[in-house]
Design a protein around this ligand. Structure first.
Ligand code: TYD
Length: 208
């Protein structure tokens, strides 16, 4: 019998360490014999990776908030159709670095009050939530320091100041309250291995 697929997303502010944690979880589950697909947004399928470049490179005002929301949604739809959906149907564990909660947060709160539009588009075009969302909660000042230290070319979204980081952090905590059935909040201000152990426990509980 094929085991049931499990869809796990990681969320957190830039510099929260969620990408490291997603990788560690994937390695752990593979070691335990699970079939794992590690993926990320924006991106995760060839088409969505092309859209990623449109979204993350170039001037901050390259897109209006509405156009940006459409691009994130288009990328997610392709990712779901080509990567996530087929993997779950085959009984795999899908670990996704950011998913729709990032849109609720960054587009719904970050640039303009687009949250109602974000929700409408999500219902129309995505209509799927992760089974489990791991929020790596991080002190906003530390997160910003880390994010700025590794700045590359994909920096359209990383020019936020300390005040914005604090708002985003609170926004993620609010989302965790809103979707408390699928969110677990993990304190990321600790040693990487301690955080990873808590992530593993949260996922084991869902896999059981
Ligand atoms: P990501 O590649 O996860 O960067 P990081 O590893 O620094 O978190 O995401 C790039 C940026 O895209 C990030 O700053 C958040 C932003 N983003 C949105 O604004 N909306 C979305 O729906 C997603 C998935 C990401």
């Amino acid at each position: 019998m094929t085991p049931m697929g499990l869809f796990v997303s990681f969320e957190g502010i830039d510099g929260s360490g969620k990408t490291t944690q997603a990788h560690m979880l994937a390695e752990h589950l593979e070691g335990a014999g699970r079939d794992v697909v590690l993926t990320r947004e924006p991106g995760g399928s060839p088409g969505a990776e092309e859209i990623r470049r449109l979204l993350l490179e170039g001037a901050g005002d390259r897109w209006s908030p509405e156009t940006e929301l459409l691009l994130f949604t288009a990328a997610r739809r392709d990712h779901l159709e080509r990567t996530i959906g087929p993997a779950l149907a085959a009984g795999r564990v899908v670990i996704c670095d950011r998913f729709a909660d990032s849109t609720r947060l960054y587009q719904g709160l970050g640039r303009a009050d687009l949250r109602p539009l974000v929700d409408q588009l999500h219902a129309l075009m995505i209509g799927r939530e992760p089974d489990l969302t791991v929020l790596i909660d991080m002190d906003p000042a530390t997160g910003l320091e880390r994010a700025l230290a590794r700045r590359g070319g994909e920096d359209r979204f990383e020019s936020f100041g300390a005040e914005m980081q604090a708002r985003l952090r609170q926004g993620f905590l609010d989302l965790a309250g809103e979707f408390s059935d699928r969110f677990v909040v993990i304190d990321g201000n600790r040693a990487v291995e301690a955080v990873a152990a808590e992530v593993r426990a949260a996922v084991a509980a869902r896999l059981a």
